[in-house]
Structures are given as C-alpha cells and as structure tokens.
Design a protein around this ligand. Structure first.
Ligand SMILES: Nc1ncnc2c1ncn2[C@@H]1O[C@H](COP(=O)(O)OP(=O)(O)OP(=O)(O)O)[C@@H](O)[C@H]1O
Length: 232
C-alpha cells in the first residue's frame, strides 16, 4: 500500500445507482454502489463484461448525468454542481486513460502531452519540460516529434498515459487502459503506468478484466449484481 494512502477520500460514492431503459425494459446496472478511494490509493475495478465498470467510471468522471446517489470528488459533491463547475472539478482533479488512446491525430506526441497543461495555464516551456520528462520515463524520448499514426499501439497508449498524468491529477480514471494491446505490451505499459501513478502520489481507479494486472494494485473491488463486493 502506498504511503500516501491517508487523508480525506478523493472519491466517495454513496448509494450510486443507474438504470437504463431499453425497448421498454428497465435494466438496473448499478444498484447502490458504495466506495471510497483514498489519496494515492490505486484501486482495481473488476467485474464481468456488462457489470457496469464503464458506467461507474463515467459517474466518477462526471461525464454523464442520470445517476442516483451521491458522487463526491476531492470533497466536491457533484450532485450540487452545475455543468461548468463539474467541468472545473474534472479539469482540476481528474485524468483519463481509455482503451483506445484518443490522441489528437494532427499533433505530435510531445504536443499531445503539452496541450492539457496549457489549459491549466502552465507556461509552454514548463509544459514541454514536463512532457519530455514523462515521455522519457515511458521510453519515448526518441518519439517526441512523431504523430500518433507514426507510433505503435503500445507507444500511442504510453502517450495517452503521459497525457493523463501531465497535470498530476489527484485521481486517474482508467477504463481497460491496455485492453487493446497484446499481453506482453499490456503488462509492460500497465506496469509503467502504475509506477508513474505511484511515483507522483495520484490515486487511480482502473477498470480491467485482467486479474493478474488487478493484483498489482493496492486494492481490488468487484462489481457484482450492481454493487461493490470487496475481494478477500
Ligand atoms: N447508454 C446506454 N443505454 C442502454 N444501456 C446501456 C447504456 N450504457 C450502458 N448500458 C448497459 O449497461 C450495462 C453495463 O455496461 P458497462 O459498459 O458499464 O459494462 P462494463 O462492465 O464496463 O462492460 P465491459 O467490461 O464489457 O466494458 C450493459 O448491459 C450495457 O448494455
């Protein structure tokens, strides 16, 4: 367990629920999820396909409405915030890594990691130095000026990791972050991701199907019948 795992939670979900209507049938995906994530804690979110992992990450990422219950991020009660305030919380506290990298295709690896920092009012030289440092730690010093299409899948995903961590978010949300990579590359990139997240003291909530990868995190929680089941 990370030494930084102390203090007020970065995430607190209380009785989180979400249902979808499909063809007149109601599907209860989340049925009262309760979870807290401490600062610096890396939590794996396991559960079979369709169990609601992505839906839960969308709730925590404040990306969509339609949820019941309480979502608190770094002390902010999202249910009390308007859309602009939720955007601010997202910008100031959260980083995202998806299964597919979603990098900007017309920008270089370096620029993809610089841009989110400019949105945080970091000066360009400082942002570039940070981007170079992160990409260097991920073994991409020789790929700074390449565009995403000129990079391998593993390299693209490393750039996406660097982008998510660039502003040192308190919480990184990762949805199958290495799910589109072969097993060996996936293990390597996830290991690098976890080292960097730990190194900078961020917390993370990582949805995955892979139990071996989950075992490398501080805590494993399992979604079962729309609720969180602690894993022994
Ligand atoms: N917008 C939507 N409209 C209707 N049903 C939805 C919607 N979004 C998700 N669902 C349903 O909610 C359930 C949970 O989906 P979700 O993507 O959260 O699962 P998951 O655990 O992330 O799955 P996977 O591991 O396959 O990515 C699924 O049955 C899905 O069909």
């Amino acid at each position: 367990m990370n030494d930084a795992v102390t203090g007020e939670p970065v995430v607190r979900l209380t009785d989180l629920a979400r249902s979808f209507e499909q063809g007149g049938v109601r599907i209860d995906v989340l049925n009262g999820v309760n979870l807290t994530v401490a600062p610096g804690e890396i939590v794996a979110l396991l559960g079979p396909s369709g169990s609601g992992k992505s839906t839960m990450l969308q709730a925590v990422g404040l990306l969509e409405g339609g949820f019941q219950g309480k979502i608190e991020i770094a002390g902010h009660d999202a249910t009390q915030l308007d859309s602009a305030e939720r955007t601010e919380v997202r910008k100031n506290h959260l980083g995202f890594v998806y299964q597919f990298h979603h990098l900007l295709p017309d920008f270089t690896a370096l620029e993809n990691v610089v841009l989110p920092q400019l949105l945080h009012d970091v000066s360009r030289p400082v942002a570039a130095a940070r981007a170079e440092e992160l990409l260097g730690k991920l073994g991409l010093s020789h790929r700074l000026d390449h565009r995403p299409s000129q990079l391998s899948g593993g390299e693209q995903q490393r750039v996406a990791v660097a982008r998510a961590l660039a502003n040192k978010p308190q919480l990184v949300l990762a949805d199958e972050p290495t799910g589109n990579l072969d097993e060996k590359t996936s293990e390597r990139v996830l290991g690098e991701f976890l080292d960097l997240v730990r190194g900078q003291g961020s917390a993370a909530l990582v949805a995955t199907h892979n139990q071996a990868l989950a075992a490398r995190m501080d805590r494993v929680v399992v979604l079962h019948e729309g609720r969180i089941e602690a894993k022994p």
